[in-house]
Design a protein around this ligand. Structure first.
Ligand SMILES: *[C@@H]1O[C@H](CO)[C@@H](O)[C@H](O)[C@H]1NC(C)=O
Ligand SMILES: *[C@@H]1O[C@H](CO)[C@@H](O)[C@H](O)[C@H]1NC(C)=O
Ligand SMILES: *[C@@H]1O[C@H](CO)[C@@H](O)[C@H](O)[C@H]1NC(C)=O
Ligand SMILES: *[C@@H]1O[C@H](CO)[C@@H](O)[C@H](O)[C@H]1NC(C)=O
Ligand SMILES: *[C@@H]1O[C@H](CO)[C@@H](O)[C@H](O)[C@H]1NC(C)=O
Ligand SMILES: *[C@@H]1O[C@H](CO)[C@@H](O)[C@H](O)[C@H]1NC(C)=O
Ligand SMILES: *[C@@H]1O[C@H](CO)[C@@H](O)[C@H](O)[C@H]1NC(C)=O
Length: 495
């Protein structure tokens, strides 16, 4: 999820030869270029002339390939999303895992563990738009460009020499917002940064100001998210407009990186034998629902791009079937003609490319869940048809659920849960068939408390100082003793 430089959105290249899978004979299998960016709102894809931002390379892919218009992340945060993608499974990974390999801060973890403490402290910096450079500054996210240059060079010079089919992975940090150094040592990423060069690609007349519910009508869990992301104070229209414009500028820069890779692939003469995938781990709220970042089941956060071009992929096809990131791994296995491990949750996307695909071949729902920071209850989302059902914690008896009809209410401002108890019951039953979610919630709560206790014990006498100086220090110091007491209360509560 958020920066500093995280392990998961950290940019790296992976060359994965599929060679060991099938030996002998002439290899007719195809290569794969997989470009995954971080935080792109899937609804931006395939908008054609209506698009708020010019994304010529994604448009090229959409015109020459298949746009899976209804693709969701299985968890709207970096590491869990990516583990679902690479495993084809709704993995059982709770809380934050990136301390194993990345450099996410201690704050991220402790703030996630303490989500059920009876306080709501601002953790993130207020989202800020920053304009840098001039109308010819086209390289802002330099690390991403370095990776893109490496990927392009490999495609041009090394890929043609390979004897076996290959997979090239290009992971981009953009359009993830940048760290905000004024926030102190472990800043979150709340700076939306672009240059006039990229802003020119944004049609400001098409940038919308999202409608916000009054505080009294917000779902309590949404309120917690907004408050911990420091978004509950006033924002001017101009400020929101800029945050959104700059976010779209960051998407345009991402698109240009994709373009450089597509150009290199073409120039290397391998475009006809290579599939290209483009997706993202999750989206970006960019001030919709009074929030930035992700961690939410709203469209801006949970809906991701998924575009595929390549040999025999029909051109200009747009599919409404519900798909999700767990489908990526079985699709790669399909392309590699490899035997899939038994008991995967995802389903290959390739049969959907044929007009005759049988409905029975894949589920007519997608599942997403969230157990991390900035949200104070485990969250579960089931989408089926045009309906999106979102439930929290132990289910609708504990805290109200949300139900949106995306055809009627694409902005998700009209919660139908109270009006349609019949649908809530039906969807809740379906969800419980897929996952015993109250049991998962309890497991997460236990994990959070045990992790916190272990952390506290390890720190010994340093604990008091450490906890007061996490990212929430500004709010913490308003009432250190009261906050300590609330933590004690939580540690002594039954789960
Ligand atoms: C989540 O936070 C909201 C807003 O602060 C609060 O009303 C609600 O009780 C909290 N829920 C839990 C389970 O902590
Ligand atoms: C949470 O703290 C507030 C005071 O800050 C108190 O009014 C409320 O009763 C507490 N809630 C719980 C569930 O303990
Ligand atoms: C939250 O935003 C306010 C401005 O709305 C700012 O004064 C305050 O410093 C911010 N707090 C944190 C923790 O970033
Ligand atoms: C624009 O900014 C670049 C650095 O990004 C600088 O090298 C160049 O001189 C600037 N051009 C103008 C016209 O100011
Ligand atoms: C795919 O694998 C099967 C055996 O698992 C083999 O018979 C077939 O020739 C392979 N196809 C390609 C295109 O390699
Ligand atoms: C995912 O697959 C595992 C292993 O087959 C299975 O136990 C689980 O029920 C599946 N989950 C869903 C949501 O289909
Ligand atoms: C995909 O969606 C179309 C209608 O949008 C439907 O006719 C078709 O059966 C679906 N395919 C699968 C495999 O679910």
């Amino acid at each position: 999820m958020e920066m500093k430089r995280d392990c998961c959105s950290a940019v790296f290249l992976l060359f994965w030869w599929l060679s060991s899978i099938v030996g002998g004979a002439r290899d007719v299998r195809k290569n794969i270029v997989f470009v995954i960016c971080d935080s792109m709102d899937g609804r931006l894809i395939g908008q054609g002339p209506d698009s708020v931002v010019d994304l010529p390379n994604l448009n090229y892919m959409v015109l020459n390939g298949v746009n899976f218009r209804n693709t969701y992340t299985n968890s709207p945060i970096c590491c869990p999303s990516r583990s679902a993608l690479w495993s084809g499974l709704h993995t059982h990974v709770y809380g934050k895992t990136d301390y194993v390999s990345g450099d996410h801060s201690e704050s991220n973890r402790v703030e996630a563990w303490t989500r059920n403490v009876n306080f709501t402290l601002a953790q993130e910096g207020r989202p800020t738009p920053v304009l840098v450079g001039n109308s010819s500054t086209d390289r802002i996210q330099l690390k991403d460009w370095l990776s893109t240059d490496l990927a392009s060079k490999w495609l041009l010079h090394d890929a043609p020499k390979q004897q076996k089919p290959w997979l090239l992975y290009l992971g981009l940090n953009l359009p993830h917002p940048y760290p905000t150094p004024s926030m102190g040592e472990n800043p979150g990423g709340s700076t939306f940064k672009t240059s006039p060069y990229w802003l020119k690609k944004v049609d400001s007349s098409k940038v919308t100001i999202p409608k916000w519910l009054p505080f009294s009508q917000m779902h309590p869990v949404d309120y917690y998210s907004s408050a911990t992301k420091n978004c509950t104070s006033d924002f001017t229209r101009e400020e929101i407009m800029k945050i959104r414009e700059y976010y779209y500028g960051m998407c345009a820069e991402t698109d240009a990186m994709l373009g450089q890779v597509l150009d290199a692939l073409k120039a290397s003469g391998q475009a006809d034998s290579t599939y290209v995938f483009f997706t993202s781990d999750h989206g970006e709220l960019a001030m919709e629902h009074r929030q930035f970042y992700k961690m939410s089941m709203y469209e801006a956060s949970a809906h991701v791009p998924m575009v595929l071009t390549g040999p025999d992929v029909p051109a200009g096809k747009s599919l409404n079937n519900l798909t999700s990131l767990v489908d990526v791994f079985p699709t790669f296995m399909d392309i590699a003609n490899a035997t899939k491990p038994p008991a995967l949750n995802g389903t290959s996307l390739l049969p959907l490319l044929k007009d005759s695909a049988d409905r029975q071949e894949r589920p007519d729902w997608v599942l997403s869940q969230y157990h991390g920071c900035n949200v104070n209850m485990s969250t579960y989302m089931l989408r089926t048809g045009s309906l999106k059902y979102i439930t929290f914690g132990d289910g609708p008896n504990q805290v109200s659920s949300q139900l949106f009809d995306l055809d009627e209410d694409p902005d998700e401002l009209h919660n139908l849960a109270k009006e349609r108890p019949d649908l809530v019951r039906q969807l809740d039953d379906k969800l419980r068939e897929l996952v015993d979610y109250p049991a998962v919630t309890r497991e997460v709560q236990e994990y959070n408390r045990e992790s916190f206790k272990a952390w506290k014990a390890k720190l010994g006498s340093r604990y008091k100082d450490e906890i007061a100086n996490l990212r929430w220090w500004k709010d913490w110091q308003k009432d250190p003793q009261g906050n300590e007491e609330r933590i004690e209360e939580w540690l002594n509560q039954p789960i």
